[in-house]
Design a protein around this ligand. Sequence first.
Ligand SMILES: [Zn+2]
Length: 380
Amino acid sequence: MTERIEDFDGQRRFDDRSACDRQPGPARSVDVSGRCADCWGPIAGTKQPAGEWQHIECLVCRRAVDGNDAACEAEAMRVEGEDNMAAARIGQRANYRPDARFVLKLLPEMHRDKAKVDQRIEASLAQGRKRWRLTRHEIPPGTAGYLYAQARAFLAGVENLSREKSAISLSDFEYGEPQVVGVEKSPADGTLRVTGSVPVTYRRPSGRELMARMGTALVAGMAGAFACEVGMKAILVTRLGGAAKTHDLLKLYRELPDDSRGRLEGDFPEIADVLGHSRETFGRWRYFEQGIGEDAIRALVDTDRVWGVGKAARVIADECVVAGLNYEIDIDTSFEFDWRPGDMSTAQRIHLSLEGGESSIVWEELLQAGTDDGSSGREE
Ligand SMILES: [Zn+2]
């Protein structure tokens, strides 16, 4: 029997608000998706025939738990997800167990009001172009979703890269048979003390291999930083009608609305530090230009930073969803037949389409509604 791979994806619906209620209020539906607490990668696993989880694994960093540990982790995730539900429905941050290995990310479908948001976009267009800002003139209504799609594409690319990113890898070492090097008898109590050693040979990787590993780290770091940049710009444009024309990740982060930053910090408490350390990865640093210092060059190939930027990018991509951004990607193929006596040729046309959509969520009113009554509604 082959085991079925399952994920934690699902949806919760709430019917505590009448369908006629057009006022901003708690989300009526919340998508649920499993995440690795270490790298925020998607997770999957297998279940026992009785339905208990027996294996959970991160699809990005491969961290895993098995057996009873997996069952306990899944139960803790479920309880925590329920505890976070009411807050998520009104756009508040999540709280996770400090020792969580995996968590449930809640993605609420917030109340939308297209007419109000159209007005806001009109007003933002009426303000005219600004030299140092990306505005609605550069990113017309609907297209912020493209930026989000770009962030997801970069992330998907990074996840396909080789995992071998550090200059020194465990696979460079070969371990021999343990050898006894000495035996001593203690004169006091007669106990024997045996000392041994394990021969280790370090196989120095070739220059070409080292360059390839450094290059993989470089590509992953830059793509991750760029995914952070376009993701934050997508959120800024859809929420505030514009973003600074900069590659500086920390600057963009500081421009985000408070509630958005709150949710990001809930998912990744160190996100501001990580973005600060890698703030110019895709800006000045990508040129290896003189004068930027050794620190910047090290940042480009430092695997810890590459990990941090990748996690930040994944957390930001989830925030794009909560902010109301979406995209659809599709491939249309059509065949053409060309028939002549004695000869037939076929041609295939491929049309790749990408459609970006964006938020018509009335955030200000929603957040206001959330603080006014202090409650978040009952569950079904
Ligand atoms: Zn992971």
